[in-house]
Design a binder for this molecule. Structure first.
Ligand code: MF3
Ligand code: CO
Ligand code: CO
Length: 266
């Protein structure tokens, strides 16, 4: 049982979260046409960082607990916290780009999957399940919902499709700090855990695997991979509980929430 206090923000604070969330979403929109075969993940990181800076914001991951880059880019069997590198994207790759920005001291955290060329049917099913599990969890967020309801919604949806849910990493409270209370598990039992109230602000960021749920931390102390090296997919939004539901701060304004990304079409 955690004894740390879960912050409750004022509804007026949501204005700042909206601003930070909108920028995180915009960066994920902005990078979309650049995610193509042959580009390296460090080049994608550099483009994102430059665009964040141009908006007078900070990239939260950079130097966070010693993290070396502005973004996390997790390709194929990398679950999360992938360090941008000279690795070039190849046909059939699936990848997650995770952006956290700080705008006037407020955090916005969001990640999406991207696909390169033609990906396998099962990989696309995984990506779709990760997205759908996030959105169906968001659908039940309102005052009175409990954290276990969120975890259960995600877990039951994923497991019905024969995907596993990563246990070792979870969503988190966010606002004026990056990682806060509550801990938002993506598995669990209905009717358990903290009850949500207006002013609770947190992320939901389910990671689903084709194989088992177990993860392994690589020697760089950041990169998290599936233990069985099966593919993993994740989407993340930052949201705040309102009087009668929730507000998602990190929605795409360009309809680019999920692949396949139809560019040049409104
Ligand atoms: N954005 C990640 C999250 O969703 C955290 C990245 S921390 C880093 O919580 F140090 F790895 F960048
Ligand atoms: Co997060
Ligand atoms: Co994130």
């Amino acid at each position: 049982m955690s004894t740390k206090k879960c912050p409750e923000y004022a509804m007026e604070d949501y204005r700042h979260l909206r601003e930070a969330g909108a920028l995180a979403a915009y960066i994920l929109d902005y990078i979309t046409p650049h995610v193509v075969e042959g580009i390296s993940t460090i080049e994608l990181d550099k483009l994102c960082h430059e665009e964040i800076t141009r908006h007078h914001a900070l990239a939260a991951p950079l130097n966070y607990e010693g993290y070396p880059n502005a973004t996390c880019i997790s390709v194929n069997h990398v679950v999360c916290h992938g360090i941008p590198s000279n690795q070039k994207l190849a046909n059939g790759d699936i990848l997650n780009i995770d952006i956290t920005v700080i705008v006037n001291g407020w955090y916005g955290d969001s990640s999406r999957m991207y696909t390169v060329g033609k990906v396998s049917n099962r990989a696309m099913e995984l990506v779709d399940a990760a997205y759908d599990s996030l959105m169906l969890a968001i659908d039940i967020v309102k005052p009175g919902t409990r954290l276990g309801d969120i975890g259960h919604a995600i877990q039951s949806f994923a497991e019905a499709r024969k995907f596993s849910v990563v246990r070792d990493y979870c969503g988190h409270g966010i606002g004026r700090v990056f990682h806060d209370e509550p801990l938002v598990l993506h598995f669990g039992s209905p009717g358990t855990g903290m009850m949500l109230k207006p002013g609770h602000v947190f992320t939901i960021e389910p990671m689903l695997n084709i194989g088992g749920y177990k993860t392994e931390l690589l020697a760089d102390n950041w990169t998290v991979v599936t233990k069985d090296r099966s593919l993993s997919a994740q989407f993340e939004h930052t949201l705040g509980v309102t009087a009668d539901g929730c507000e998602v701060f990190t929605l795409s304004r360009m309809g680019l929430d999920r692949p396949p990304h139809k560019l040049g079409q409104k």
